[in-house]
Design a protein around this ligand. Structure first.
Ligand SMILES: Nc1ncnc2c1ncn2[C@@H]1O[C@H](COP(=O)(O)OP(=O)(O)O)[C@@H](O)[C@H]1O
Ligand SMILES: [Mg+2]
Length: 276
């Protein structure tokens, strides 16, 4: 089998409830539906992604991401794909749980503490086309580890009220990580989520975010509409594509998947040209 080289995308926003987990799951499964090999990694101590993929009790699971990162810290070997779970919809999952918050605290005394996650993902990178990291709502050491490991950051922003300040803060952290730890880190794009298409207010906010940031960074054309169908999928343990395949949220995540794939192809072309 030819070796792969995964594109690692961190789904990040230090604000809670902006649809990071929902986006990680549905973009991941969208990419798998397009024939890509995809690993989803739950980097949030709340384990919401792990739950959303059908594992009701993340805190009782073993091994999880915290165990793998612990191994890296102790310089112990990790077997190929050890602890990686298979989801029936064709994605793999490295689960995460509350043990990540203990691990985050212990990182303080660790050598190369910003790159522990990166070192772990290096053991898996040649098996996947895409690795998506679901972040926690903070700018702590776990988020820094995500940004240090990632090629790019995808930022879901809730369009319900203006979280421009949060976006500003995150962009600041991204440029700092770029300067100090990971010079190749890019912004993959900003995704407007939970857009209430019936109100002018939501449209105005979407417009304002596009005006303020659209020149500097990519804002996806696809916007994710607010819908009760999206809120149901976590309990159902399956993606929006299986839960409500004909609905507008499934359509929006399908379009987002295509945009992400198109951007991937473009940068592939660019790096080939650079090699000539
Ligand atoms: N498009 C949507 N429409 C309505 N509710 C949504 C949508 N996307 C996510 N939700 C709900 O909003 C809440 C926060 O989403 P989640 O993906 O967990 O955000 P985060 O990971 O950023 O905290 C969850 O209860 C989720 O089910
Ligand atoms: Mg989440």
């Amino acid at each position: 089998m030819a070796k792969k080289k995964a594109t690692i995308i961190a789904i990040a926003n230090q604000k809670g409830g902006t649809a990071k987990t929902t986006t990680c799951e549905n973009l991941g499964i969208g990419l798998a539906d397009e024939g890509k090999d995809v690993l989803l990694v739950d980097v949030d101590p709340q384990g919401s992604l792990t739950i959303a993929l059908g594992n009701q009790m993340p805190d009782e699971m073993e091994p999880t991401l915290a165990d793998m990162m612990e191994r890296v810290i102790r310089d112990e070997p990790i077997l190929p794909c050890e602890g990686v779970l298979k989801h029936p919809e064709g994605v793999d999952l490295m689960p995460g749980n509350i043990a990540l918050s203990g691990l985050e605290a212990s990182l303080i005394n660790v050598m190369s503490r910003e790159t522990i996650l990166k070192q772990y993902l290096n053991t898996l990178k040649d098996r996947y086309d895409y690795i998506l990291l679901d972040g926690s709502p903070s700018l702590g050491m776990l988020t820094i580890n995500m940004l240090a490991a990632a090629d790019s950051v995808l930022v879901p922003v809730q369009a319900q009220y203006l979280s421009a300040k949060g976006l500003e803060q995150l962009l600041g952290t991204v440029s700092k990580v770029r300067r100090q730890i990971n010079p190749k880190l890019r912004i993959e794009g900003v995704l407007l989520t939970m857009v209430d298409q019936r109100t002018n207010y939501a449209k105005e906010i979407a417009e304002l975010i596009r005006e303020t940031y659209g020149k500097q960074i990519k804002i996806y054309k696809s916007e994710i509409p607010r819908s009760i169908r999206a809120a149901e999928i976590s309990a159902a343990g399956r993606s929006i594509f299986r839960h409500d395949p004909k609905g507008k949220v499934a359509e929006a995540y399908r379009n987002l998947t295509k945009e992400v794939l198109a951007d991937g192809n473009r940068s592939l072309k660019r790096s080939k040209e650079e090699c000539l």
